[in-house]
Each structure stands twice: as structure tokens, then as C-alpha cells.
Design a protein around this ligand. Structure first.
Ligand code: UD1
Ligand code: CA
Length: 458
């Protein structure tokens, strides 16, 4: 066959997954923050020219909605009558000249290279079968070979003889073959077996009977073909996946205090000489430039951190941009729209939302900065609050270059504090403060001499 043969990928995802004990359809359970089915679709979409089909059943609507962005042709299997029946639901949408690759939506760690090998075998007019040898093959379909070691059939565990139960080589469920064969074999399946189902696995014996070569191939690792039936298996695969991401980071030259204590749910792009302490979680697209240090137990989501940024322990950073040389935390929170220019500092128990903090400005302690623009070299004292919300609307605060806001001040927006202006500690600022001015807006101190403290009556 020429290499222009179309490729149809059919992923089975109609099963109920009762052992997950969940309202969420099984294939939508996240692994590294992405539905298992999303991992499978991503692995297959890297195959040149792949047209993806997904067979849905239980929770079909929810699955389709969750993966609405994926370019997929959906097929519905109204009743789960077996894997052969499931594949048959997609075949009317599949080009009769195509090669068909069959995947499971609950086998999330399958690798593109392995799939490519199966497709290459199927392209030689063969049936390509992915098998694995298991120490405990219980429950799986067994690969039956003849004395010449050629694959003859797959026998499901429940239909197998005691001798066949001793076979360690099992069917992973993943296979590839020309559509023309499936279109002949699937209608010929019978449900006359222990489970009363239309087994896809019966096509193996049909291939042998029709003289089609069956070639078995093994994956690089067992976890690649491991299916998820319950949360124990899902948690295990999550660890396997996280370990491989951590390994890749180490190989790239990132220092991890403990590769077993980092979680990446999305894409983490890192520069040179980066250190990440224990317990950090990265979500969405995170970019760390050279020389970034992340302190223990920080959570960073969809954010970019520039060269030499130092994040101390327990920071929470979301949809933020932090330029080179900034220092954060410990216990700093950057909410969506926080932008810190070079060398800015946000210290402990400070929250910054939808605000720009200029070059070298400091927001060091116990402060809320929301809907605010701060110029360069400003100093925001401990306990400063920008009062940006009147209960209905949000208003902006503007703080000029070199301004000094004394501790425990409230800046009631909309309001501005000019360049080089000073706000006395404890002020409640409701009117604009001009450049270079001092604003004092607090009760005047009165000292009463000879004051006697109340005495306890009786
Ligand atoms: C299947 C294989 C078995 C293999 C094992 C690997 C058959 C008959 N058996 O068994 O040889 O060792 O997988 O895990 O193929 N599905 C549907 N519709 C259905 C039935 C299943 O979409 O009507 C989907 C499920 O959601 C799941 C996959 O197909 O993703 C496998 O189904 P499952 O019931 O787990 O198959 P097993 O009995 O484990
Ligand atoms: Ca299964």
C-alpha cells in the first residue's frame, strides 16, 4: 500500500467504568489534569493524517461536550454489546480504503511511536496486534500461538481452558488492520461465548482463516498498555506519568529537590539552571526562564517567570507575568492579571490581582493590590489595601513612581497618588494626592495627661 493510505483511529470509550464509583464518565477522569481520553487522542493525533473516531455510550453527551475542541467523529454505541460491536458503530464513518487503528479511551499512556509501528505493519496488509507478557494475566484475553509461534487466536479469560490460562501473553486490546478486513469480519462475529458479547478479539482467528498475516508487537513498557478500571490504577498511572515528566526535566538539566514530589498538569517550559523544591504543582502553560528558583509547596498556573525570579515557599501564582529578578513570597498570591516588572517584590501575605507593579517596586507585607497600576521604585507599606470594590463596581488605583504609602493605609478607588508622593501611615485616601505631596488622612492624636484608668467596681 502507498503511504497515502488514509488512517482512521477508532477509540473505544463507551464502557461504564462502574469500578470508578463516579458520576464522571471513566474516560473523562483526569490524568495530569487532562482527561484520559484526551491523552489517547493526543497520542493518536501525532500520527500523520490520522482521522479520529470515538465510540461513546455511557455519558456520551458529557464526553462529547468535554472534548468539543477535539477534531473527532463521534459514533454512538447505545448498548454495550462488546468491543467488536463497538468498533462496528464507527465503521460506517470510516473510509473503506483506510487502515484502522483501534485504541481504548481508558489506556492513557499509549505512545505515538508504538502506534506508528502498528500502523506500519497494517500498511503491509497485515493485522498488527499489541500484546504484552504479564506475571498475572488473569482477566485478559490470551494470545494463542501454534507450534511455529504464529498467532492463531485470542481466547478471552472466561472462555479459556485451564491450559490456556497458563499463557502469559495477553491482548492489550490495541490493534491495527485494513478497514476492508474489518468490514468483512465484524458482521460475521457471533456472541456465542461466555459473556454473550461480540468480541473484537474473534477477528484474529478470522484473519488466520483468511490467510491474513497476524503480527504481534510489544510496547516499550507495560504502563503504556495499562488500562484504568478503578481509581487505584488511575493513581498508579498518574505516578508513572509524573515520574517520566520529572525524569525529562532532570535530563534537561533542571534541579529537582525530589523528582517524586513534583506534579505537572500541563506544559512546563524551563530554562537553564532552574531549581524546584519539593511539593510544587504546575498547571496549564508555565514558563520558567533561566536561573529561576521555586520554593517548596508553590502552585503555579498559566504564568511566565523571567530570568532569576525567586519564589519562596508557599506561593500561589495564576495567570501572572513576573519579569526578571523579581522576588515573591513566602506566602504571596498572584491572581489573574498580575504583572510584575523587573526586580519588583511581593512579600508575605500579599495578594495582587489585575495590577501592574513597576520596576523595583516593593509590596512587602500583608497587602491587597487590586486593579492598580504602580510605577517604578514605589514602596507600599505593610497592610495597605486598595479598596477597589464598592460592592457593585470595581475601580482603579494609580500610584506614581517613587511613591511611598505608609503602613495600614486604605486607598479608596478611584484614586491616584502622584510621583514621589507620600501617604502617612494609617491614612484613608479618598482624594487624589499630587506629585511630591504628603497626604495625612487620619484622626489627630490627642494626649490626655493625668488620665486615670477605670477601677473595678466592687
Ligand atoms: C478486552 C479484550 C481482552 C483484553 C482486554 C485488555 C475483548 C473481547 N477483550 O477485555 O482480550 O485482554 O480488553 O484490557 O475485546 N468497550 C466499549 N463498548 C463495549 C465494550 C467495551 O466501548 O461494548 C470499551 C470499554 O469502554 C473499554 C474497552 O472497550 O475502553 C475494553 O472493554 P473492557 O470491557 O474493559 O474489555 P475487557 O473485557 O477487559
Ligand atoms: Ca478492561
Amino acid at each position: 500500500m502507498s503511504n497515502t493510505t488514509p488512517l482512521a483511529v477508532v477509540t473505544l470509550a463507551a464502557g461504564k467504568g462502574s469500578r470508578m464509583k463516579s458520576d464522571l464518565p471513566k474516560v473523562l477522569h483526569p490524568l495530569a489534569g487532562k482527561p484520559m481520553l484526551g491523552h489517547v487522542l493526543d497520542a493518536a493525533s501525532a500520527l500523520p493524517g490520522a482521522v479520529q473516531h470515538v465510540v461513546v455510550g455511557h455519558g456520551a453527551e458529557q464526553v462529547k461536550i468535554s472534548l468539543a475542541d477535539a477534531s473527532v467523529q463521534w459514533a454512538e454505541q447505545l448498548e454495550q454489546k462488546g468491543t467488536g460491536h463497538a468498533v462496528a458503530q464507527a465503521m460506517p464513518n470510516v473510509d473503506g480504503e483506510a487502515l484502522v487503528l483501534i485504541l481504548y479511551g481508558d489506556v492513557p499512556l499509549i505512545q505515538t511511536q508504538t502506534l506508528q509501528k502498528l500502523v506500519d505493519i497494517a500498511a503491509q496488509d497485515q493485522l498488527a496486534l499489541l500484546t504484552v507478557n504479564l506475571a498475572n494475566p488473569d482477566g485478559y484475553g490470551r494470545i494463542v500461538r501454534n507450534t511455529e509461534d504464529a498467532v492463531q487466536a485470542i481466547v478471552e479469560h472466561k472462555d479459556a481452558t485451564p491450559e490456556q490460562h497458563l499463557i502469559a501473553e495477553v491482548n492489550t486490546g490495541i490493534m491495527a488492520m485494513p478497514a476492508k478486513y474489518l468490514n468483512t469480519w465484524l458482521p460475521a462475529l457471533s456472541a456465542d461465548n461466555a459473556q454473550g458479547e461480540y468480541y473484537l478479539t474473534d477477528v484474529i482467528a478470522m484473519a488466520v482463516a483468511d490467510g491474513v498475516v497476524v503480527t504481534a508487537l510489544q510496547p516499550t513498557s507495560e504502563s503504556e498498555v495499562e488500562g484504568v478500571n478503578d481509581r487505584v490504577q488511575l493513581a498508579r498511572l498518574e505516578r508513572v506519568y509524573q515520574a517520566s515528566l520529572a525524569h525529562d526535566l532532570l535530563v534537561q538539566g533542571v534541579s529537582l529537590a525530589d523528582p517524586a514530589r513534583i506534579d505537572i498538569r500541563g506544559s512546563l517550559t524551563v530554562g537553564a539552571n532552574v531549581f524546584i523544591d519539593v511539593g510544587c504543582v504546575f498547571e496549564g502553560d508555565v514558563v520558567l526562564a533561566d536561573n529561576v528558583t521555586i520554593g517548596a509547596y508553590s502552585v503555579i498556573r498559566n504564568s511566565q517567570l523571567g530570568d532569576g525570579v525567586k519564589v519562596e515557599t508557599f506561593c500561589h501564582i495564576e495567570d501572572a507575568r513576573v519579569d526578571a529578578g523579581c522576588n515573591l513570597g513566602p506566602y504571596a498570591r498572584l491572581r489573574p492579571g498580575a504583572e510584575l516588572a523587573e526586580g519588583a517584590r511581593v512579600g508575605n501575605f500579599c495578594e495582587v490581582k489585575k495590577s501592574f507593579i513597576g520596576k523595583g517596586s516593593k509590596v512587602n507585607h500583608l497587602t491587597y493590590i487590586g486593579d492598580t497600576t504602580i510605577g517604578e521604585g514605589a514602596n507600599i507599606g505593610a497592610g495597605t489595601i486598595t479598596c477597589n470594590y464598592d460592592g457593585v463596581n470595581k475601580f482603579r488605583t494609580d500610584i506614581g513612581d517613587g511613591a511611598f504609602i505608609g503602613s495600614n493605609s486604605s486607598l479608596v478607588a478611584p484614586v491616584s497618588v502622584g510621583k514621589g508622593a507620600t501617604v502617612a501611615a494609617g491614612s484613608i485616601i479618598t482624594k487624589a494626592v499630587g506629585d511630591g505631596e504628603l497626604a495625612v488622612a487620619r484622626g489627630k492624636q490627642r494626649n490626655i495627661s493625668g488620665w486615670e484608668r477605670p477601677k473595678k467596681s466592687n
